[in-house]
Design a protein around this ligand. Structure first.
Ligand code: F6P
Length: 341
């Protein structure tokens, strides 16, 4: 079979492990020909592609980023994009396309699949917010990076008796904030799913200093917001693709806490460091399994599905189910963490 593969949307540790796995499973076990498209759907629509051989994926398992490059271009957002994609698919004689992407990419993939493109998706995002899969690869790496940063920030915070307000990624969900915050023993965690009350947050931090503790760590997901009307709040703007560009919750919150507590507070924005670098062992294994199962799905003709981790098994889930809603943090996880405000 002739199978196209591309990486689309924000990059994520483990993308190369999927690409490598698709090539290994396809070429070695099925005798497939694998074509890699550059910069996501942009390369697909502009005809930028190259054959992927065992040699071209040699040594990439542990590499961060994506050897294919990525972009946020989605054919379904362009005029005639889906029709053009179908035409290119036919011109190139592709039997299947495996897009590896997050929420936006999978939504676009569903539209293309509905239009007749033979698609098997592989979910990826450090945010871990894709429904139907228990975990997405990249998440474990992001949590590890954030946890290490939080551990390091404790010592400098203590030396200066400061509040550190640490912003982690998570546009719509607080998975990274919750897990990194729990792993590092953060004193307060704020997440997008639950608007925070600034008075409550201030009280939690103040009580800590009252107990003669010398510092406090507050972890906030970038998409978290205060309950309306409880503090001055600057909303974000949109980028050229309509994605929210946050104004920096850490900056706004640290300013507010410093003012309310009379204690020095510093914002720390971990940003794209959480997406960079080598994937953890967990993410390499999950990404490799997803690649393997995506090729199997292609050979079974199970188009219009994504690979998903459910328990310990990798199952196929219809694209429609996968993009129906985001996987938010369930409320009982807040109880376990104790410090979610
Ligand atoms: O979706 C993954 C993610 O890392 C989000 O957490 C974050 O808001 C966004 O991507 C940032 O994207 P960009 O690379 O376009 O700045």
């Amino acid at each position: 079979m002739r199978i196209g593969v591309l990486t689309s949307g924000g990059d994520c540790p483990g993308l190369n492990a999927v690409i490598r796995s698709v090539v290994h499973r396809g070429v070695v076990d099925h005798g497939d020909e694998i074509i890699g498209f550059e910069d996501g759907w942009r390369g697909f629509l502009e005809g930028h592609h190259r054959p992927l051989t065992l040699d071209s994926v040699s040594g990439i398992l542990a590499q961060g980023g994506t050897i294919l490059g990525s972009s946020r271009v989605q054919p379904s957002h362009l005029r005639d994009g889906v029709e053009r994609a179908k035409q290119y698919c036919a011109d190139l004689g592709l039997d299947a396309v495996i897009p590896i992407g997050g929420e936006g990419t999978l939504k676009a993939a569903k539209l293309m699949s509905d239009a007749g493109l033979p698609i098997v998706g592989v979910p990826k995002t450090i945010d871990n917010d894709i429904a139907c899969t228990d975990v997405t690869f990249g998440f474990d790496t992001a949590v590890s990076v954030a946890t290490e940063a939080l551990d390091r920030l404790k010592t400098t915070a203590e030396s200066h008796q400061r509040v550190m307000v640490v912003e982690v990624m998570g546009r719509h969900t607080g998975w990274i904030a919750l897990n990194a915050g729990m792993a590092a023993g953060a004193h307060a965690i704020v997440v997008p799913e639950r608007p925070f009350h600034i008075e409550k947050l201030t009280t939690v931090v103040r009580e800590r200093f009252d107990r003669q503790k010398k510092f406090a760590i507050v972890v906030c997901a970038e998409g978290a917001k205060p309950e309306p009307g409880t503090m001055h709040w600057e909303e974000g703007t949109k980028d050229i693709y309509g994605h929210e560009r946050f104004t920096g919750i850490a900056t706004q919150l640290s300013r507010e806490l410093e003012h309310r507590l009379g204690k020095e507070a510093r914002p720390v924005i971990l940003g794209h460091t959480q997406r960079g670098g080598t994937p953890t062992a967990y993410d390499r294994v999950l990404a490799t399994r997803f690649g393997w199962h995506a090729v199997e799905a292609v050979h079974q003709g199970a188009f219009g599905h994504i690979t998903a981790l459910q328990g310990t098994a990798i199952n196929l889930v219809p694209l429609g189910e996968a993009v129906a809603e985001l996987k938010t943090v369930p409320a009982d996880r807040y109880l376990e963490a104790e410090t979610v405000i």
